[in-house]
Design a protein around this ligand. Structure first.
Ligand code: F6P
Length: 324
């Protein structure tokens, strides 16, 4: 193998730049030529492919976003789109790919491998932490810390006004961010897509709140089983018609996707990026390089996409116990 390329795809995540840096520098260290594809699969289709040098990735380890840009490509979902993408790779003589992203990115990478035989290894880059085959995904730790900082601030004003806040965090299909923010932010309740919320229990607790606590934080994942924070607010308001209780909603949104990556994310990204290049050189393909129990492991894309990483039961219980 002489030439490889790296790209980021799907939602960006803090630490993607550290991962790109690790891929580029490991490749050069190991005597490979390395190319950067901009705007994910869209860029692959259009041939937005440029050779990268060691200095191309200078001064990016601390930056959020992705210097390679990212996109969600509709055209790549078609056979014709993928053929165009493969033709471009062939044109540049690229024999191996490092795909940094989440399950959508890996689904595309798996199909590309299966249709054209190209070697491809993924690195788990998504704030959602919903990828099987790695304990944590690149960007998750930063996103949780960003959200926590906001929740701490909300707590100040919630306490000052004796208000109940529903704070919506990201996670369309996953409650990992919500759970960790809930534990770290001292939330009373957390609502996530994976489990059924007992709304009656929430309402009962909120009705009794005045007796024990004056303010409250409820963390809601955007894809929560009972809806997002605005929807929950309406449902709860209908059931608690108490003029003394004031409810507010804060949606944290895309601030969770930006910002300087934490040390944890930079280290994870660097390890996965290096492992991806090592894996390609060793002939591995159709798999993701992740970190499980402190060690780098390669997990087939089929498992990363097909298996769900369950939320820890004891984490949900922890929130219940600590919020009495
Ligand atoms: O997959 C990461 C994620 O941030 C999800 O938590 C969120 O639902 C989604 O991306 C938002 O995507 P977009 O930026 O395309 O609206």
């Amino acid at each position: 193998m002489k030439k490889i390329a790296v790209f980021t795809s799907g939602g960006d995540a803090p630490g993607m730049n550290a991962c790109i840096r690790a891929v580029v520098r490991t490749a050069i260290f190991r005597g490979l030529e390395v190319y950067g594809i901009s705007h994910g699969y869209d860029g692959m289709i259009k041939g937005s492919i440029k050779k990268m040098q060691s200095h191309s990735v200078s001064n990016i380890i601390q930056r959020g976003g992705t210097i390679l840009k990212t996109a969600r490509s509709e055209e790549f979902r078609t056979k014709e789109g993928r053929q165009k993408a493969f033709d471009q790779l062939k044109e540049f003589g690229i024999e191996g790919l490092v795909a940094i992203g989440g399950d959508g990115t890996f689904t595309g990478a798996k199909i590309l491998h299966e249709e054209f035989g190209i070697q491809v290894i993924g690195c788990p880059g998504t704030i959602d932490n919903d990828i099987y085959g790695t304990d944590y995904t690149i960007g998750f730790d930063t996103a949780v810390n960003t959200a926590l900082e906001a929740i701490d601030k909300i707590r100040d004003t919630a306490a000052a006004h004796d208000r109940i806040f529903f704070v919506e965090v990201m996670g369309r299909d996953s409650g990992y961010i919500a759970i960790e923010c809930g534990i770290g932010g001292g939330a009373e309740f957390v609502m996530v897509p994976e489990t059924q919320t007992d709304l009656k229990k929430v309402v009962k607790a909120l009705k009794n709140l005045r007796k024990t606590k004056s303010s409250s934080i409820i963390v809601v994942a955007e894809g929560g089983d009972e809806g997002g924070a605005e929807t929950i607010l309406e449902k709860v308001k209908q059931k608690i018609q108490d003029p003394e209780k004031e409810f507010k909603v804060t949606t944290l949104g895309h601030i969770q996707r930006g910002g300087r990556p934490t040390a944890r994310d930079r280290v994870l990204a660097s390890r996965c990026g290096k492992a991806a290049v090592d894996g390609l050189i060793e002939g591995k393909t159709n798999c993701m390089a992740g970190v499980v129990n402190g060690d780098v492991v390669y997990t087939p894309f089929a498992d990363c996409i097909g298996k769900t990483k369950p939320l820890k039961e004891d984490h949900l219980k922890l929130i219940e116990i600590l919020s009495i």
